[in-house]
Design a protein around this ligand. Structure first.
Ligand SMILES: Cc1cc2nc3c(=O)[nH]c(=O)nc-3n(C[C@H](O)[C@H](O)[C@H](O)COP(=O)(O)O)c2cc1C
Length: 148
């Protein structure tokens, strides 16, 4: 996050809001308008992304994107709007996820998007879950049968 300095004025903080609502101009939209207005009043630039407008496929758990360590998101083989959204995230200083609560959790639209953020994880194929490793790093009797 950038500090509040003269450099910040010429190079404002960029805040990207990502919406999981099914209704534009609903409760979530108007609540977020207040948040984004406050951010703009503090000098930030704001952008809205409605997941409703985007083509986003389900994560297929192929793990292609989780094989490389590092801060960059791994490459997903699915060609859809996630690539452009990830570029927006990369160019942002802050992101805000905004979703109605539907059946005690975020909407299916938001959940599908969040699952695709697995590309920020490093989970090489064949890696064992931490809890099943011994101090020597092997799984011993707890070796799982498949790739979890
Ligand atoms: C299928 C469905 C499930 C919902 N489940 C909950 C819930 O568990 N808790 C809650 O407080 N509101 C629940 N709601 C209400 C919505 O969260 C609420 O109407 C919200 O304002 C919708 O956001 P929007 O105005 O941006 O569309 C549910 C609505 C729907 C359609």
């Amino acid at each position: 996050m950038k500090r509040l300095t003269a450099e910040w004025v010429s190079n404002p903080v960029k805040v990207t809001a990502i919406f999981g609502t099914y209704r534009k101009v609903g409760v979530i939209d108007s609540a977020m308008d207040e948040v984004l207005l406050a951010a703009r009043e503090a000098g930030a630039e704001t952008t809205k992304i409605y997941l409703l407008d985007k083509h986003i496929e389900f994560c297929s758990n192929c793990r292609t994107c989780t094989q490389e360590a590092g801060r960059e998101p791994g490459k997903c083989p699915i060609a859809d709007d996630m690539r452009a959204i990830l570029d927006e995230i990369k160019g942002s200083d802050a992101i805000v996820l905004a979703s109605p609560m539907n059946f005690w959790t975020v909407t299916a639209l938001m959940k599908r998007f969040i699952e695709r953020l697995v590309c920020f994880a490093f989970r090489p194929r064949g890696a064992l879950p931490r809890h099943s490793q011994t101090s020597e790093g092997s799984a011993g009797a707890h070796r799982p049968r498949g790739d979890l």
